[in-house]
Design a protein around this ligand. Structure first.
Ligand SMILES: [Zn+2]
Ligand SMILES: [Zn+2]
Length: 138
């Protein structure tokens, strides 16, 4: 059975799929979301070599220059943020500042959060989750 057909049948069997049924499914399949998940996706990638590359290639073909345009539009809308990020990237490369674990939870992967974009090197290091909390609008 190919994947399209599989999804079609799955949707037919699960009408009204919503947050609640999703939550229940997770409860009934804890392995998929815990340790097993990594293993599962690793296997899946092995069985479908080049799948993600192919998806990305198709998306790029279907949306020529779209990502670039999105980035450019963002820079135009947020010039001070963009400049501040550039400052941080350069300072990181030079070793003027060091990336630190999340100040709130200790996660290693962090973003530089600016409380004041006029002071580009005064940053707080926050993980994606804690960072989002600092920007409720995002
Ligand atoms: Zn955090
Ligand atoms: Zn921030």
């Amino acid at each position: 059975m190919d994947r399209k057909e599989y999804y079609r049948q799955w949707r037919a069997k699960h009408p009204g799929r919503n947050a609640e049924s999703c939550r229940q499914w997770k409860q009934n399949n804890p392995d998929y979301f815990a340790e097993g998940r990594k293993e599962y996706s690793r296997k899946w990638r092995l069985e479908h070599p080049g799948y993600y590359a192919e998806v990305l290639r198709r998306w790029t073909l279907a949306n020529p220059g779209k990502h670039y345009q999105q980035v450019k539009a963002w820079i135009k809308a947020n010039p001070e943020k963009y400049k501040a990020h550039q400052h941080v990237q350069r300072a990181l490369k030079r070793g003027d500042i060091t990336r630190l674990p999340c100040e709130t939870c200790g996660e290693i992967k962090t973003h530089a959060h600016h409380s004041d974009y006029a002071k580009p090197l005064e940053v707080t290091w926050l993980c994606a989750t804690c960072h989002r909390r600092q920007h409720p609008r995002l």
